[in-house]
Structures are given as C-alpha cells and as structure tokens.
Write a protein that binds this ligand. Structure first.
Ligand code: NAG
Ligand code: NAG
Length: 130
C-alpha cells in the first residue's frame, strides 16, 4: 500500500520525467551543412606553391543538403583574402578533401582555411612560409 507521500513523490517523478521528454529538442530535418575543417590545423606549415589537400569532416552531413557545391577561401588575421579568387570552388562538398595550390601570399602564422558548404567553417590557425 502507498502512503500519501510516496504517492505524491510518484507523481512528481512522473511529471518530471514527462517535462524532460517534452523539453528535449525535437530532431529536425537539417539541410544546412558547414563542414568542419580538419587540415590544415595548428602546427601545419605550408610553403608558397606547394600542393596540399584541404580536408573536412562530413560525418555530420545531413542526408539532404541544399548546396552540395563547395568553395575554399584563405583567411588571414580573421579576414577573407581575395574572395574573387577562392583557392578552389565548384567541387563536391561531400568528398571530404580537395587539392589546392598555396598562393603567393606574405609569410604569416595567422592563416586559416574556410570551407563553404551552405555556410562556412574556419579551421585552426596555421603557417604559410616562402
Ligand atoms: C590529394 O588527395 C588525392 C586523393 O586522395 C590524391 O590523389 C592526391 O595525390 C593528393 N594530393 C596531395 C598533394 O597530397
Ligand atoms: C595556433 O597557432 C597560432 C600561432 O601560429 C596561435 O596564435 C593559435 O592560438 C593557435 N591555436 C589555434 C587553435 O589556432
């Protein structure tokens, strides 16, 4: 037999469980993909003129994406460099790598790679040398 207080506790627990479930985020059909850059990463050094594969993570890519075409832009000190001439563009974003040629930019350790799918994600800061 239940005492009054254990009965109350039971309903409090039931209500708490229900609110938890009700407030859990509803899984939405995502279709926006901004791929996280994996390489280059902190400690990477690229020389001007070298060829390298930029890589990104597609494990969280939604099943249906609105834009499957990618673009790679170089960023220095937080600013996009020469958006008119991206390092690469019009490649399939669901292939998680793309080869680029390191452009003839001034040496620095504040470069980042920005990979655009639907929107962009910058990777870690890395170094470009002569
Ligand atoms: C980039 O990756 C492609 C495919 O794996 C490979 O064929 C190519 O040699 C790589 N390029 C460099 C510079 O490593
Ligand atoms: C990476 O290296 C730069 C210096 O080159 C440093 O300023 C930065 O804090 C480091 N970490 C990340 C996550 O970019």
């Amino acid at each position: 037999m239940f005492s009054t207080s254990s009965f109350t506790l039971f309903f409090v627990a039931l209500f708490a469980t229900f609110s938890l479930v009700a407030s859990a985020p509803t899984p939405l059909e995502r279709d926006v993909f901004s791929p996280p850059v994996l390489y280059p990463r902190n400690g990477t050094v690229w020389r001007v003129g070298e060829r390298h594969n930029v890589t990104w993570d597609i494990s969280n890519a939604p099943k249906q994406i609105t834009n499957s075409i990618g673009m790679i832009v170089l960023v220095k000190n937080g600013l996009m460099i020469d958006l008119d001439h991206p390092l690469a563009q019009k490649f399939p974003i669901l292939t998680p790598h793309h080869e680029i040629v390191v452009p003839d930019v001034e040496p620095g350790n504040d470069y980042q790679i920005l990979v655009f799918g639907d929107s962009g994600n910058t990777g870690e800061m890395f170094t470009i040398t002569e």
